[in-house]
Design a protein. Sequence first.
Length: 318
Amino acid sequence: MTDTVPGHDSAFADQGNNKRATATISCRICQATYAPSQEHHYLLQAPPMALESAFMSMCHFCFRCRRPACPQCWDNVHGVCGECCQEAQLPFRAQAAPLQGVLFAATRQAQLHRKHAMPVRLICIRPGRFQKLASIDTAETMPLQTAITRRILPTPTSPRQAAPRPASRNPSDIPIEHIPTRPPRPEPMRLTYERQVNPQPARQYQTGKMQYRAQGLSQSGTISDIDDIATQPPRARRTITLNDPLPYPPASSSKKSMGKRFEQIMTGLLFILLLVLLGAITLALWSADANSQILQLFHIDIRAEIAYLWQLINQLHH
């Protein structure tokens, strides 16, 4: 897959015009040729395995022919390579017409961009058989955008003569007629509510009360003693302790109690499930027969999974 062709690379050369060998790699499906980019020029001196690894990192895996497809021959619409599109008679990178009699056409979102943007290590120096080079005669030119030039270039403006500033004088020397005055600010509207209170009914009430007291004193002649005044029985008062339940519990307390019960039930179920998992793992590690029984019931090989996890941890540490 990797070959070396003589070429001239002005970006990586020194000040002279020396010719050197450039490491390139070709795609097996469309025969497109890739070379290391300027940011990753170290791949020129790297072994062929590093160049092939960089090429495989930018390829897509075709599940139909089980081959890596480069970006030049990968069909984002159908999810296969260009050769598989030709064999299946599908339009390359175009949505096929829906079948007759189908009410709802199948929709598939094309993955046009990778989820994690990575710097391009290899650039295409020769397109493959699925890409056509556009001629320079058929290229369309865009008119000059005058709006951008207007923003960039300053517009000619007529020179304005700066008004001469008056000489600073003492404010006491300026006559009061020539001092500019500011217009008066409008006062904010204030809404005042005046409540007219008629003091006459209060006075009448006070005078009537005093007359009533005077009449009572004149009739009795003596002021009654405080011991002779009949007292009313005290009102019944109920003392509520902290342990006594409320007579009418609020409606929100019932909702909280239901939520608390549900939380306790879920916590208990998860705790039981955790204990079952720990017991199953312990039995599988202790006995091979128990591991085989778990494999037959749940189709899970606990020993193999633990061995794979241990191997993965060792690889990460090394």
